[in-house]
Design a protein around this ligand. Structure first.
Ligand SMILES: [Zn+2]
Length: 372
């Protein structure tokens, strides 16, 4: 079926499109050319843009629960995955990349609203960060076997815990979990299968090892050090040279709590990384806490503009075209361009003038079908 939509303004994933363009959709994809004799649906005084892409979520997690407690039966987790995916869709998020579940449960819920990319259980050391999700693997051979298993399960991305994390008792974000060689062994298997690798990395040593191993993206990249943050700018420059994406996991719902010194420094650091040329992806880590609901992403985009020095177009790109590129699917997501999936978001007002407009969701389309 062919359809056409007109909006007052259009952002194509990279920039505002001049004039009052019409987007033509056929069989769920954006097609080139004018509407011809297809009736045009006027969406009114809205800005039409690509649906948002959240490159880091945990659909299986309850933001109000305890991630370490994995005692819920599978059917309860599957219902939660569906509900969380719908919460994202309501906020205009038409694609999420799930970076950690147990038992590949999220792979069973690809049709919950947004398109869902999956990693399965993150690869981690025995007793390491998120071991309770079932992805323990040690040494070069262990990592190879774990990544091979994920490839066989049809994952879209491999997630490896390069350092420890704070939500796992007995694990420290300062500790490197894998050597460069172990990470590289995983990267080789994944890349041979055409699958990108992203790593969870907080401390400098783990970030450095990930860069040396040739990963595609780094989650968090806070450069945590005992007592605060200590960015190693040489490593940041290596990230730029290698073209590695940094997924900030910084999006969260606004809170009444005042910003902490660490969170203020973190924003300054990301702003400097942007100036140095790092490709920053706005992402949320939704699911890991009460302020990390599945509709958090737009708030992060607003923060990119207001606090990290992004232009409005740059902030919007960080959660559309750049995020899709980081996930390895920039050829079909994150842009309003012929051949791309017709995943569309219409917001009231003009986010290119005021990013708060992102919170005024008027319509959401998935593969050309109106879902919100
Ligand atoms: Zn996460």
């Amino acid at each position: 079926m062919k359809q056409a939509f007109r909006a007052a303004r259009t952002f194509d994933g990279e920039r505002e499109v001049p004039g009052e363009p019409v987007i033509v959709v056929e069989n769920g994809k954006i097609v080139a050319g004018g509407p011809g004799d297809v009736p045009v649906t006027d969406l009114g005084d809205v800005t039409l843009m690509p649906g948002l892409v959240d490159a880091h979520v945990h659909l299986a997690f309850d933001p109000f629960g305890v991630a370490t407690d994995q005692t819920d039966p599978d059917d309860v987790v599957l219902a939660r995955i569906r509900a969380n995916a719908l919460e994202a869709l309501q906020a205009g998020i038409t694609m999420v990349r799930d970076l950690g579940d147990r038992g590949y449960l999220t792979s069973r819920v690809r049709d919950a609203g947004p398109e869902v990319l999956v990693a399965g259980p993150p690869v981690t050391t025995t007793g390491g960060h998120c071991w309770f999700l079932g992805g323990e693997a040690d040494g070069i051979e262990g990592v190879r076997a774990a990544v091979t298993e994920r490839v066989e399960h049809g994952v879209d991305v491999v997630k490896i815990m390069a350092t420890g994390g704070s939500i796992t008792p007995g694990s420290s974000p300062f500790d490197q979990q894998y050597t460069t060689e172990e990470l590289r062994a995983g990267v080789e298997i994944a890349h041979a299968a055409g699958i990108p690798v992203t790593v969870h990395a907080h401390a400098t040593s783990g970030i450095k090892a990930a860069v040396e191993a040739g990963v595609d993206s780094i989650e968090h990249a806070f450069f945590l050090a005992p007592g605060g943050l200590a960015v190693d700018w040489d490593t940041v420059d290596a990230i730029v040279r290698a073209g590695i994406y940094v997924s900030t996991t910084s999006a969260r719902r606004p809170t009444a709590e005042p910003a902490t010194p660490v969170s203020l420094t973190l924003r300054e650091n990301f702003a400097r990384m942007r100036e140095r040329g790092v490709k920053l992806v706005c992402s949320s880590d939704a699911g890991i806490g009460p302020f990390k609901r599945f509709d958090s992403l737009p708030h992060g985009v607003i923060e990119f503009g207001e606090l990290l020095g992004f232009t409005p177009a740059g902030a919007l790109a960080s959660a559309t075209s750049v995020a899709a590129d980081a996930c390895g699917i920039g050829h079909r997501k994150g842009r309003l361009a012929p051949g791309h999936d017709a995943d569309l978001l219409a917001v009231g007002g003009n986010p290119l003038e005021d990013l708060q407009a992102l919170l005024d969701v008027r319509a959401v389309f998935r593969a050309g079908e109106r879902v919100v």
